[in-house]
Write a protein that binds this ligand. Structure first.
Ligand code: PLP
Length: 231
């Protein structure tokens, strides 16, 4: 019998989706929130179209990619067949890819600096299409991580409002290897402090999405719990 690579077996992918959805519903119930208010972004980066198809068949409609080029190669054909799919960019974006990103994605989770904001606003004006953006915050003040410094957040939000750039909310990736809850709580507080009440919070990945939901996440970005480990 041929070996089936992880994540390509329809039954397995569908079963993983049922499991993740059940865990989201459980966390939402504990938090006294509606599971329907939490968007599951299935992060399909590095996984081929054959691994994605079973999740689409099982009803998943929001997907995340972290590279413009990879998304351009994989998604046009899948989306032709399923026009109701929404594609989110969850990875760092270079300013010179802003036009391509605005054309391809329905939401951007990685707006983190003035130069990128200027490029995105220009690309949106040119395309006549406004793409909601989460401002990514470097919540653990880590040197190697993307995201704007907490101190730079007010200026970036002011610039976004001035450029009429639709703000989806705030996004973070907490430091690895330590309890994420305080970082999720801090992101929520930053949103409140900066008048983003009612806006989104993109936080929580495979290892911590239930905690993120307890702390107010509206968008959880889940890859390996749905697709298996990335090769
Ligand atoms: C890869 C990635 C995810 C998904 O990570 P998993 O641990 O596989 O769930 C979420 N957010 C970002 C920004 C990512 O790059």
């Amino acid at each position: 019998m041929p070996v089936t690579p992880p994540g390509t077996d329809p039954a397995t992918a569908a079963a993983r989706l049922v499991n993740v959805r059940a865990r989201i519903a459980h966390a939402a119930a504990i938090a006294r929130r509606e599971a329907g208010d939490i968007t599951l972004v299935a992060v399909s980066k590095t996984h081929p179209a054959e691994a994605i198809a079973p999740l689409i068949a099982a009803g998943q409609r929001v997907f995340g990619e972290n590279r413009v080029q990879e998304a351009q190669a994989k998604w046009p054909e899948l989306r032709d067949r399923h026009p109701d799919i929404a594609l989110h960019l969850v990875g760092q974006l270079q300013s010179n890819k802003a036009d391509e990103a605005v054309a391809l994605f329905d939401c951007i989770h990685s707006l983190d600096r003035p130069s990128l904001l200027t490029a995105l606003a220009r690309a949106m004006d040119k395309a006549g299409r406004r793409v909601p953006c989460f401002v990514q915050v470097n919540i653990g003040a880590e040197d190697q991580k993307g995201g704007c410094a907490i101190a730079d957040l007010p200026a970036l939000l002011t610039q976004a409002r001035g450029a009429d750039l639709p703000l989806a909310g705030l996004m973070c990736v907490p430091p690895a290897g330590i309890e994420p809850a305080p970082f999720f709580a801090l992101l929520d507080k930053l949103a409140v402090d900066h008048g983003l009440t009612g806006a989104g919070l993109s936080m929580g990945m495979s290892d911590d999405f239930e905690t993120a939901i307890l702390m107010g996440a509206t968008h959880v970005r889940v890859g390996s719990a749905l697709f298996g480990a990335r090769g």
